[in-house]
Ligand binder design. Sequence first.
Ligand code: ADP
Ligand code: ADP
Length: 220
Amino acid sequence: MEIEVDGLSKRYGQVSALDGVSFTVRPGMVTGFVGPNGAGKSTTMRVILGLDAADGGRALVGGRPYRTLRDPLRAVGAMLDASAVHPGRRGRDHLRWIAHSAGLPKRRLNEVLSQVGLSESAARRRVGGYSLGMRQRLGIAAALLGDPRVLMLDEPVNGLDPEGIVWIRGLLRSLAAEGRAVLVSSHLMGELEGTADRLVVIGRGRIIADASVPELLAAA
Ligand code: ADP
Ligand code: ADP
């Protein structure tokens, strides 16, 4: 399954958040989505997920708009805002809630917790006491629950310690090696250089570059 974004435009009042954004996220690769804060990365991801409507253009997942997918959690796993979980909720209960509402088997909870390196005892604690790195891990666990073909993570490296950064690189590489399409955003170009196969660079709502990492490095 791939993500196809074609000519997206989006305004918030006077602000043009997206202005003709097109790119493709292919299976078996990590695609880095890079640009400064306010460039339009989160808006693009929200539009792909149907959480926000574009004024023009279209976004398709496996050839269909997200909202028409028959089994959306098994098609697309996303983490848009790791800090959005209710602070009073326990990590495990957050995952259980999503698994339950999506009809996913309970064993997936333990699988994704070990995949993201959250211990049993961490999962029993309330999210309000989590570090940002632990919230990122919980958000990624939630995105992985449906064993999705497409993964979309907004700034997952934020708040991770050096060990966490090494871990997430390995995780993203192995998810892509399993044939998944992985889209991961960052406001820091260098952050994804060693992880992504391809970089889509966005600035002020426009795609500035879209090339393989070796191509981009050769051009720089
Ligand atoms: P990024 O994820 O790259 O930091 P965003 O997609 O969040 O960028 O924002 C793109 C532009 O759209 C920015 O100028 C931002 O201020 C604006 N924007 C995003 N969401 C909203 C919103 N809900 N209301 C008004 N402006 C918004
Ligand atoms: P609490 O009292 O701990 O906040 P609730 O079950 O009342 O727990 O949840 C509060 C709100 O958050 C509800 O509207 C629920 O639908 C929503 N919610 C809970 N978990 C999630 C989740 N994982 N993803 C999205 N929404 C959630």
